[in-house]
Design a protein around this ligand. Structure first.
Ligand SMILES: C[C@H](N)C(=O)N[C@@H](Cc1c[nH]cn1)C(=O)O
Ligand SMILES: [Zn+2]
Ligand SMILES: [Zn+2]
Length: 493
């Protein structure tokens, strides 16, 4: 923390946060202990429990909390599951203050110790200053850091510099199902007095240097299903005489990307927004340690050798990843079977100005074309169960200025202005529906291991992140009031 640039008020707040680290970590431990995995149907109850825990925590702070029922959704196998409610919370209504709405999610990606964790993923464990646990960074830690910062003002009996609103959901990892409808329904009510929207659900670009994020890629998720009949078959009895679904599927999946990472679907790059000279220059000025990034990733070599190429391919160009095959034998040992039905799962991270319906058409036509050349009698079905649009904001907005100042105060250096290769569905929804300024203010470092084994948040990032949010409240309040005083004076003159 750079104390030279901190005010007496900030010092008081930061000292309180430092002194209460163990309480904040205890709260995170309690949240991580709930296996609120929104992907696996049998864990939906835990997601519900997690929503209640978050609601109780905010209510204890004095916030008004409304859990909005989203009804249910149907899984591809026909099973109907209740959706967790969306939490809309509110604290403070001072007309002098700006209203800042914070978004976060309390569901997590699946995790099992056997996947390769050193510790139980649902028991927050501190090792060498790192707090390991599923959801520590994605996204329970940042949600709690924001709440800790609000609580600090309250406990110290300090005047709240902003009015707070909260949108907390439990289905982000499954594509934020049901959320867009709530935003649309609440646009004229809950969101009507919101001035700014802040999301803290992504990572810095480096392990040490803070960042501010002004764009994220979208995601088009695909299922490609190949079926030969209703039952699995013995590979000794039928192998060699039938068109095997898994062979068809592997050929289809293999046709998607070449060995240089280039997507092979005709037309897919056609509408990608052209790179401007200004953008290229911006990328040149970003500090990015290729070696550190490679170490975080744990691979031997990247597809590209320069910083600019890597950033462009993470933020500015689409990428295609294959995630898995449902129905294929994947357990240890040998099972001499020919699976009757297999479903390949892949997704395309898309960028401005790609259109989701065009992407879908291109994918379907490409796969049908490849399949028809195989003369297979099997049944092919291609679907796009989820389509999320990319998001891009103007980083010259007041919101970014306030966050940059707060980062400088807490971390002693200004942030990298970055885009993100991953997807936060709500970012574009907020922008389109509410038309308010949206910013991503991450507190997780690049080595946090989101979605991976050994996910963590460092004690440093969690605690300094809490201070960052508190400093941000003060900065946005000042800048907002200055702006309004100036515009008021201009109106009078
Ligand atoms: C960045 C955020 N923490 C995250 O992990 N988002 C998910 C959302 C998603 C996209 N498609 C399906 N879910 C991600 O980027 O994978
Ligand atoms: Zn997340
Ligand atoms: Zn995630």
């Amino acid at each position: 923390m750079s104390s030279s640039s901190s005010s007496a008020l900030e010092m008081e707040i930061f000292q309180y946060i430092d002194a209460h680290q163990s309480d904040f970590i205890k709260d995170l431990k309690e949240w991580v202990a709930v296996e609120s995995d929104s992907i696996q149907p049998h864990l939906r109850k835990e997601v519900m429990q997690m929503m209640t825990l978050a609601a109780d925590r905010l209510a204890t702070l004095g916030a008004t909390v409304n859990l909005v029922n989203l009804g249910s959704h149907q899984l591809p196998d026909g099973q109907v599951l209740p959706l967790p409610p969306v939490l809309l919370g509110e604290l403070g209504k001072d007309p002098q203050n700006p209203t800042v709405c914070f978004y976060g999610h309390v569901d997590v990606q699946p995790a099992k110790k056997e996947d390769g964790w050193d510790t139980d993923p649902y028991t927050l464990t501190e090792i060498d200053g790192n707090l390991y646990g599923r959801g520590a960074t994605d996204n329970k830690g940042p949600v709690l850091a924001w709440i800790n910062a609000v609580e600090t003002f309250s406990v110290l009996k300090l005047a709240m510099p902003v009015n707070f609103k909260f949108v907390i959901e439990g289905m982000e990892e499954a594509g934020s199902l049901g959320l867009e409808k709530v935003l649309e329904e609440e646009n004229e009510s809950f969101f009507s007095d919101v001035d700014y929207i802040v999301i803290s659900d992504n990572l810095w670009l480096s392990n040490k240097k803070p960042a501010l994020t002004y764009g994220s890629r979208g995601n088009a998720c695909f299922f490609v299903e190949v079926e030969c009949g209703s039952k699995d078959l013995h590979s000794g009895t039928f192998g060699g005489i039938i068109h095997e679904p898994l062979l068809d599927l592997i050929a289809l999946l293999d046709s998607l990307v070449d060995s240089t990472g280039h997507i092979q679907i005709p037309g897919i790059y056609d509408s990608v927004a052209a790179l401007t000279e200004e953008e290229r220059k911006l990328y040149e000025s970003i500090e990015f340690d290729l070696e550190e990034h490679r170490n975080n990733c744990g691979v031997k070599k990247f597809l590209y050798g320069t910083k600019e190429e890597i950033l462009l391919h993470l933020w500015r160009y689409p990428s295609l990843s294959i995630h898995g095959i449902e129905g294929a034998f994947h357990e240890p040992g040998i099972k001499t079977v020919i699976p009757a039905k297999v479903i390949g799962k892949f997704s395309i991270r898309q960028v401005p100005n790609m259109d989701l319906s065009v992407v879908k058409k291109q994918v379907v036509e490409h796969l049908e074309g490849v399949f028809s050349k195989r003369n297979s009698p099997n049944k092919l079905k291609v679907s796009m169960p989820l389509g999320v649009k990319p998001w891009l904001a103007d980083f010259n907005d007041l919101l970014y200025k306030a966050a940059r100042r707060a980062i400088k105060t807490v971390f002693g250096e200004g942030p990298d202005f970055i885009r993100d290769g991953s997807t936060i569905p709500v970012a574009r929804m907020f922008q389109t529906v509410t038309q308010k300024s949206v910013m991503m203010l991450p507190i997780g470092a690049a080595d946090a291991g989101e979605h991976s084994q050994k996910e963590k948040i460092s004690r440093h990032n969690y605690i300094e992140g809490t201070k960052l949010f508190a400093a941000f409240f003060l900065e946005i309040s000042k800048l907002h009031q200055n702006l309004h005083e100036t515009s008021h004076t201009e109106t009078i003159n």
